[in-house]
Design a protein around this ligand. Structure first.
Ligand SMILES: [Fe+2]
Length: 433
């Protein structure tokens, strides 16, 4: 045993006087005399702390002089251990609490509890004595005795969603949401070291096909971990996250090892820790199957659960960061031409009607990048500027064997990944990894 602390002395006095001691009695009985006693604020604070843990009781009684006096009374002879690291406030480890908690995993009668722990147990036999994760139930057994049991409180598995460090706006005109999102990034968004200096990244997560036999779980989990530990990475959720095979002959429901409801629940759970990094989300053809059959949009349910900005189709993101704006036109993609050239052609179509730096899509499970250069007048220096425009078809999280793609005669799908990097100096490039 180490040297006696003030807490030991305080508890010693309480232990020696089971009926309780008043404030002034602590003063009188302090070992070594009143001059050694700690400040009364310490006694009050410590007593309050012990009382909230149910270890002591604080009551007010009228004193002889008629003014109320505070009485401290030890509730149990629990071992109270003081742990203190420099700079931290004193914490108390309550052994009785832990013992009662373990004992109540099985239903116990009041008599059993009293026999085992003494009167001190009373302070634990009301619901307020337990944290939000446990609920105390007071039941009546066959003998008509009260019995107590401590059971886990059902938790909302979605919460808590972390707060975003960016802001967004989706315009609503004449009651209709526009497929457009202005995003204001925080000042310090350029947190990653990239080829051209400091940058932030946008990771497209498309075509996960969770629940399908072909889903590449290792790859997807690696991505989630990589994003979680890398500040400055943001996400676009681009559809076909869930394989969602329906029992109508359209989806191959026998190729699916997890049913759609569980796909939705699991996806919610997997994405919740990263929800605050998702810039936008839209469905793919696989999620849309449910909408076509039932009018219920399961992607919107996922987005609502995770508080993610949501569009039912393609969207233009205008991302404002530092001195520049970075524009991404993102869509799931709905055709799958047989050649890579054909796939790029259809991914480029929106260039006819919208201006952006990246034309991002998925759906084909290929990983393709194509660069075009656009000439633009630069009003700032009077020159012609050569501006790159990138068409990006992003990879999937699907394998090949055992899948529809294999049986339909398609080749093995792309295994790598694509990251859109936005640099502080205004450069913007897709990088493959
Ligand atoms: Fe798709």
């Amino acid at each position: 045993m180490g040297a006696k602390t003030d807490l030991d002395r305080f508890l010693g006095i309480l232990e020696a006087h089971p009926k309780g001691v008043s404030h002034s009695e602590i003063h009188d009985w302090w070992p070594g005399g009143g001059k050694n006693r700690p400040r009364m604020e310490w006694v009050r604070g410590t007593a309050k702390n012990l009382a909230t843990q149910g270890l002591i009781r604080i009551t007010s009684v009228p004193s002889k002089r008629g003014r109320p006096a505070t009485i401290y009374q030890l509730q149990s002879y629990a071992s109270v251990i003081e742990t203190q690291t420099p700079g931290e406030e004193i914490r108390f480890e309550n052994k009785l609490f832990e013992n009662v908690e373990a004992y109540l995993e099985t239903g116990r009668t009041y008599r059993q509890l009293k026999n085992k722990f003494g009167d001190g147990v009373d302070s634990y036999l009301h619901p307020g004595a337990w944290s939000n994760s446990k609920t105390l139930f007071k039941d009546i057994n066959k003998q008509g005795e009260h019995s107590f049991i401590l059971l886990p409180t059902p938790q909302n598995w979605v919460s808590p969603i972390e707060a975003r460090d960016w802001q967004y706006h989706i315009p609503v005109v004449n009651g209709k949401m526009q497929p457009y999102q202005i995003i204001q990034m925080p000042e310090d968004v350029f947190r990653m070291d990239g080829r051209y200096g400091q940058c932030f990244g946008v990771v497209p997560l498309f075509d996960v096909h969770y629940g399908s036999n072909g889903h590449r779980e290792n790859k997807f989990q690696k991505y989630l971990k990589w994003i979680a530990k890398t500040p400055g990475l943001y996400i676009i959720l681009g559809g076909d996250l869930m394989d969602n095979a329906l029992d109508d002959g359209r989806g191959m429901s026998y190729d699916q090892y997890i049913p759609p409801q569980s796909q939705l629940d699991d996806m919610t759970e997997m994405l919740a820790p990263l929800a605050h990094r998702v810039l936008t989300m839209f469905p793919g053809n696989h999620e849309w199957r449910t909408y076509k059959k039932t009018g219920i949009d399961i992607s919107k349910i996922l987005a609502d659960r995770l508080n993610i900005p949501y569009h039912t189709g393609p969207v233009l993101l205008n991302i404002l960061a530092g001195e520049h704006k970075y524009r991404i036109y993102a869509q799931h993609g709905f055709t799958r031409p047989g050649t890579k050239g054909g796939q790029l052609n259809s991914a480029m179509k929106p260039m006819k009607w919208i201006d952006a730096d990246f034309f991002l899509s998925g759906h084909t499970h290929e990983a393709l990048v194509s660069e075009d250069t656009v000439l633009r007048e630069n009003a700032q220096d009077g020159n012609l500027a050569f501006v790159p425009r990138w068409t990006v078809i992003t990879q999937s999280f699907m394998g090949w064997l055992d899948t529809y793609g294999y049986r339909a005669g398609y080749g093995p799908v792309a295994g790598g990944g694509i990251l859109l990097e936005m640099f502080e100096n205004g450069e913007r490039v897709p990088s493959t990894r």
